[in-house]
Design a protein around this ligand. Structure first.
Ligand code: AGP
Length: 614
C-alpha cells in the first residue's frame, strides 16, 4: 500500500515522479504529492488529496520549482483521513527535509511525545518521522547519519525516502518489512516501491533487503545496513515490457487484463512442459527427496490468491495424493499451526509483497517448514524469503481486481501438482499425459471463454439496479463462486456471496426471493454426471423459490435450459480445468456491472492493489 518513487538525475525530475506515480497509483489513491530539492537549496512540495489527476492539475496551476532530485508518494490512508494536510511528502519543522513513507510507525505516539514542543500539521504517523529526521539533521549536519539514527528508533513497518535542502543530488531510503527497489540508470538513479515506478526508464534493478539503507545520487548507488556498514548488492534485469503496463487502448486495465488471459496462461505453461512431462527447474533447490517425503501441504494466501489456492488443492490432492490445507495468511500464524520439517508451505501472491502472507511465510520458516512461493512479481520480497519460487508469467497486473494473475496462479499450482504426482509415483503416465494435453489446449479455450463478453454485457445492462447477487458452485466450482462474489463486491460495492451449492439447504436458501439473481457454475455432465445432476436439482430448488438463474454450462449441456433465465456456454474441459474457464464470464460481469453503474473499474474505493500493512 502506498506507492513510492525517488529520483536523482536531471531536470526531468517532476515528469519522472509523475510518471512513476501514475504507474504506482494502484497501490493507493487517497492522495498524491511530490517534493523536489532544487540546486538553490530549497525543498518545494506540492500535494493534494484524491487521485493523481488532482495533483497534476495543481502542478499546472502552481508549477513546482525545477530540480534534479525528488520524491513522490501516492497514499492509501492509515493514520488520518485522505486530506491535503495528511498527504505525503511531510516536512521537518524548518521545511528543509521532506520525507515519504509506506507502512505504519507503531511507536509514533511515543516519538511525538519525545519531540515535545514540535508543531505538527497532520494526523499522520509519518510527519513525526519527518520532524524527528529534521531535528537530527540539524544536530548532526549530515542527512545519512541522521537518517540512520532515526530508522533505528522506529517500530512497525516502513519504507522511507527522504531528501534534504542542504544536500541536493541525494535521496536516502530504508526498508523494514515494506518493499523497496532501486533502478539503475545512466547518469540517473531511481527508487520505487516496485519496479513499475521506473520500468520505462531502465531495465536494471536491485531489490533492497529488509533493514537495509539505499542511498542514490545521479552517479552512484550505495547500500548499507542500519549501522552504516557497506553491503554488496546484486542487479537483476527487469523482464517486464514497459508497454505491458499501459492500457494500450483499452477502457480499463481490468478489461485489458481479462483479455490477456490466454497469453498469461500460455506464458505460465511455456518451458515447463517437455516430452518427459512437467519440469519445474526452480524446484531443484528443494530436491526430489524432500518432495517425496512431504507429509502435508499448507497453502497460505489472501483474497483471490486464496481462491486460486483452493482450486489448486483439488489438483494437488488428486495427482500427488498429499493432504492439502488452505488457510488465509493472516489467520495462519495466530493459531499455533502444526508445521514440521515434512510440511511444505506454499504461499500464493501476485505482488509478492502482501504483508499478511509475508509474515506467515516467515512464521512457517521459523517453525522448520520448507516454503515455495507462487508469485507474479520478479524479485519481490516473498519469493526472496522462500526456499523456492514458481513464477507465474502473467505480466504486470495493474487493476486492483485481480484477473489474469488468478488464472496463472491456478495453472502454476496445477503444474506443481503434476510434477509432484510424478515425482512421488502417485500419478500414472497416461493420466499425466491427459492432464498435460488439457493444459496445452487451455490458452485456446480461455480465448473462447473471453469471447463470452458480449453475452455478459447485455446481462449486466439489464441488471444494473441489482442490489444482491449470489453465486453457487460445487467441488472446484465452489472457489469459483467465491471468486465471482469477491470480484463483484470489490468493484461494484453490491452485496454478493458465493456458496457451495450443497450448503444452500442448510441456511442460505432463505435468501432466495422473487428475482434474486443467482449465477450457477454447472459441472460437466460428461465428466461429472453425478455432480451435474445434483447441481441441476439445486437450480430447480432455487428457481422454485423465485430466483433468476444464470447458468454457466459447457457447450452442449441443455439440462439447465428449462430452469435458467440466461445460459452462458463455455468450451469443454476436464473438471480440474473448468474453473479457469468458468471464472471468466464472472470477471466480465463484475466489470460490466461496474461500468453500468458509472464506477471506477481499476480503482475501487477503499482498496489498494498491494496490501503491505497487516
Ligand atoms: C483481488 O481482486 C484482490 N484485489 C485481492 O483479494 C488480492 O488477491 C489479495 O489482496 C492478495 O494479493 P496478492 O496476490 O498480491 O498477495
Amino acid at each position: 500500500m502506498c506507492g513510492i518513487v525517488g529520483y536523482v538525475g536531471d531536470t526531468k525530475t517532476k515528469d519522472v515522479l509523475l510518471a512513476g506515480l501514475a504507474r504506482l497509483e494502484y497501490r493507493g489513491y487517497d492522495s498524491a504529492g511530490i517534493a523536489v530539492t532544487t540546486a538553490a537549496g530549497e525543498v518545494d512540495v506540492r500535494k493534494r488529496s484524491g487521485k493523481l489527476a488532482r495533483l497534476a492539475q495543481l502542478l499546472e496551476d502552481d508549477p513546482i520549482h525545477p530540480g534534479t532530485t525528488g520524491i513522490g508518494h501516492t497514499r492509501w490512508a492509515t493514520h488520518g483521513g485522505p486530506t491535503d494536510e495528511n498527504a505525503h511528502p511531510h516536512l521537518s519543522e524548518d521545511g528543509r527535509v521532506a520525507l515519504i513513507h509506506n507502512g505504519i510507525i507503531e511507536n509514533f505516539a511515543q516519538l511525538r511525545e519525545q519531540l515535545g514542543e514540535a508543531s505538527f500539521k497532520s494526523e499522520t504517523d509519518t510527519e513525526v518521522v519527518a520532524v524527528l529526521l529534521g531535528s537530527e539533521v540539524k544536530k548532526q549536519g549530515d542527512l545519512e547519519a541522521a537518517f540512520r539514527t532515526v530508522v533505528t528508533q522506529l517500530e512497525g513497518t516502513f519504507t522511507l525516502l527522504a531528501t534534504s535542502a542542504d544536500e541536493p543530488g541525494k535521496v536516502v531510503s530504508a526498508r523494514h518489512h515494506s518493499p523497496l527497489v532501486v533502478g539503475i540508470g545512466d547518469g540517473e538513479n531511481f527508487l520505487g516501491s516496485d519496479i513499475a515506478a521506473f520500468v520505462e526508464y531502465t531495465r536494471r534493478a536491485v531489490a533492497i533487503d529488509d533493514d537495509n539503507i539505499a542511498v542514490i545520487t545521479a552517479d552512484e548507488v550505495r547500500v548499507t545496513d542500519f549501522a552504516g556498514n557497506p553491503l554488496p548488492f546484486e542487479e537483476f534485469e527487469i523482464a517486464w515490457d514497459p508497454a505491458a503496463a499501459d492500457k494500450g487502448g483499452w477502457p480499463s486495465f481490468m478489461a485489458k487484463e481479462i483479455s490477456e488471459q490466454p497469453e498469461a496462461v500460455a506464458n505460465t505453461i511455456r518451458g515447463r512442459i517437455t516430452p518427459e512431462g512437467v519440469v519445474i527447474p526452480e524446484l531443484s533447490e528443494l530436491g526430489d527427496e524432500f518432495l517425496q517425503g512431504i507429509e502435508r501441504i499448507v497453502v497460505i494466501a489472501c483474497g483471490t490468491a486464496a481462491y486460486a489456492g483452493m482450486i489448486g488443492r483439488y489438483a494437488i490432492e488428486e495427482w500427488a495424493r498429499i493432504p492439502v490445507e488452505i488457510e488465509l495468511s493472516h489467520e495462519f500464524r495466530y493459531r499455533n499451526p502444526i508445521v514440521s520439517e515434512q510440511t511444505l508451505v506454499i504461499s500464493i501472491s501476485q505482488s509478492g509483497e502482501t504483508m499478511d502472507t509475508m509474515m506467515a511465510v516467515k512464521y512457517a520458516k521459523e517453525r522448520g517448514a520448507k516454503t515455495i512461493s507462487v508469485c507474479n512479481t520478479q524479485s519481490a520480497t516473498i519469493p526472496r524469503e522462500s526456499d523456492a519460487a514458481i513464477y507465474t508469467h502473467a505480466g504486470p497486473e495493474v487493476s486492483v481486481a485481480s484477473t489474469k494473475a488468478f488464472l496463472a496462479q491456478v495453472v502454476a499450482l496445477q503444474l506443481f501438482g503434476l510434477h509432484l504426482g510424478r515425482v512421488r509415483g502417485s500419478l500414472d503416465s497416461e493420466a499425466a499425459k491427459r492432464a498435460i494435453a488439457q493444459l496445452e489446449t487451455l490458452p485456446e479455450k480461455v480465448s473462447e471463454a473471453v469471447a463470452t463478453h458480449d453475452d455478459i454485457t447485455q446481462l449486466a445492462k439489464w441488471m444494473s439496479d441489482t442490489r444482491s447477487v449470489l453465486f453457487l458452485g460445487r467441488h472446484v466450482g465452489f472457489p469459483v463462486a467465491l471468486e465471482g462474489a469477491l470480484k463483484l463486491k470489490e468493484i461494484t460495492y453490491i452485496h454478493a456471496e458465493g456458496f457451495a451449492a450443497g450448503e444452500l439447504k442448510h441456511g442460505p436458501i432463505a435468501l432466495i426471493d422473487h428475482g434474486q439473481p443467482v449465477f450457477v457454475l454447472v459441472p460437466s455432465p460428461r465428466t461429472s454426471p453425478v455432480m451435474h445432476s445434483k447441481v441441476v436439482s439445486n437450480i430447480q430448488e432455487i428457481r422454485a423459490r423465485g430466483a433468476r438463474v444464470i447458468s454457466i454450462v459447457e457447450k452442449g449441456d441443455t439440462a439447465t435450459l428449462p430452469y435458467s433465465d440466461d445460459v452462458i456456454r463455455l468450451p469443454l474441459a476436464d473438471p480440474m480445468f473448468e474453473p479457469l474457464l468458468q471464472v471468466i464470464p464472472l470477471q466480465w460481469f463484475a466489470l460490466e456491472l461496474c461500468q453500468a453503474k458509472g464506477l471506477d473499474v481499476d480503482q475501487p474505493r477503499n482498496l489498494a492493489k498491494s496490501v503491505t500493512v497487516e
